[in-house]
Ligand binder design. Structure first.
Ligand SMILES: O=C(O)C[C@@H](Cc1ccccc1)[C@H](O)SCc1ccccc1
Ligand code: NI
Length: 187
């Protein structure tokens, strides 16, 4: 079972590597890893388990954060509207790839954090507001999905991790809280 002790922190070189594609269909080892990553996110969002296991809440996790330089990410973003479960996303993506993205940009009004970063880094992380992503699932089936708003932000944060990019790389150091016109602020 993954705990915070398994998550490497900024400064660890693996976080800056470009991770390697995994064989498709994924091996049994990579399927098990993906399942563990998704279970970690679910546990981290369960108040009882999170307290018991001392987990920080997470909505996404990338294999490099476990010192495994593979192009595997897990995302678990419950829908804010229980009547529209389709608005959330809960899956493991093997070899995810952004096929296209909107010109329009978006950011989280509260900025971003990271399970591999034990400090606050204030500033807007401007990303594409909408993306089209392809990925393979645990059975080796190919998917192509369109994401927007918060789901798009989370997946871009995780795909950054498999490319060795940290969220604060996107923050304008000189004007961290300045926003260009037209950037959608997601609260
Ligand atoms: O470190 C990670 O990759 C997990 C991040 C993903 C993330 C952070 C900010 C914005 C989008 C994705 C963790 O989920 S950070 C903690 C967190 C928990 C709930 C909501 C937002 C951030
Ligand atoms: Ni992160």
């Amino acid at each position: 079972m993954i705990t915070m002790d398994d998550i490497i922190r900024e400064g660890h070189p693996t976080l800056r590597d470009v991770a390697k594609e995994v064989p498709i269909p994924p091996t049994a080892e990579d399927v098990a890893l993906g399942k563990e990553m998704l279970q970690f996110l679910k546990n981290s969002q369960d108040p009882v388990k999170a307290e018991e296991l001392h987990l920080r809440g997470g909505v996404g996790l990338a294999a490099p954060q476990l010192d495994s330089s593979k192009r595997i990410i897990a995302v678990h973003v419950p829908s804010v509207d229980p009547e529209k479960p389709e608005n959330g996303i809960s899956t493991v993506m093997y070899n995810p790839k952004v096929l296209s993205h909107s010109v329009q940009e978006a950011c989280l009004g509260e900025g971003e954090g990271c399970l591999s970063v034990d400090r606050e880094v204030p500033g807007y992380v401007v990303r594409a507001a909408r993306i089209t992503v392809s990925y393979y699932d645990a059975e080796g089936e190919k998917h192509k999905i369109r994401l927007k708003n918060y789901n798009a932000i989370v997946v871009q944060h995780e795909i950054d991790h498999i490319n060795g990019i940290m969220f604060y790389d996107h923050i304008d150091e000189k004007n961290p809280l300045q926003l260009k016109d037209g950037v959608l602020v997601i609260e």
